[in-house]
Design a protein around this ligand. Sequence first.
Ligand SMILES: N[C@@H](CCC(=O)N[C@@H](CS)C(=O)NCC(=O)O)C(=O)O
Length: 219
Amino acid sequence: MTPTITAFERSPDGGKGLARDTRVRWALEEVRQPYEVRLVSFKAMKEPAHLALHPFGQIPTYEEGDLALFESGSIVFHIAQTHRGLLPDDANARARAITWMFAALSTVEPPILELSTARFAEGNKPWADERLPLVKDRIRDRFNQLSARLGPADWLDGGFSAGDLMMVSVLLRLKASGMLDEYPNLSAYVARGEARPAYKRAFDAQLAVFTGKSAGSLA
Ligand SMILES: N[C@@H](CCC(=O)N[C@@H](CS)C(=O)NCC(=O)O)C(=O)O
C-alpha cells in the first residue's frame, strides 16, 4: 500500500529542506518506497481533520491503510522497521542505530532548535543578545562530543543507517549558520548524507512544491 505523508503547502524555509517531511521523504527514498504527499496549509493543520492525525497540529504525518503516525522520528523508525536498508540485521548493531536516532532527536536537536527560537521568536527581547552566546555554547558542547565520537569515520556506527539519516537531518538545520564549519568532520559527514542519491531525490521532491517542477521522485 502506498503511504501518504503530509508536508507544508508553503514551508517557511522556502524549500531549503528543513521542514521535517524531508527526513521522512529521505527514508522513503532510501528504501525505494513510493509515497504520496498531501500538502496542508497552516490553517488546515490546526483543524479537526488534521488534528485527528496529529494531536499537535503539525507536519509530517504518515498514513498507510489503518495506520496513522505523527512525529518524524516514529515515522522514520516505522519505515526502517518495515523495509530493508536503514537498520542492520545484527540485533546489537540495530539497537545501536536506533540509539543514534534517539540521540539525534533528544540530545542533539533540542539545542539546535533553541537557537532558532532565540534568533527568530525571541530576537527582539531585551535579553536576546545575552542569551544567544549561551545557546551557541550549548550547541558547541554537543558538537564537540559528536565530533569526537565520529572521528574520521564515514558514519556513526559502521554503515549508513537510520541513525545517520536522523543525525544528518538534524545537523542540516545549522548548515547555513556556519557553526558546522568549525567541525570539519561533522561538515564532511553532513555533506556525505546530502550526497546520497536518496537524499537528493527527497530534497528535490520537497523543493518541487515551491518551484512547481516535477522532482522525478518515486511519488
Ligand atoms: N517533533 C516533531 C516536530 C514537528 C514540527 O515541529 N513540525 C513543524 C514543521 S518541521 C510544524 O509543523 N510546524 C508548524 C506548527 O507547529 O504549527 C517531529 O519531529 O515530527
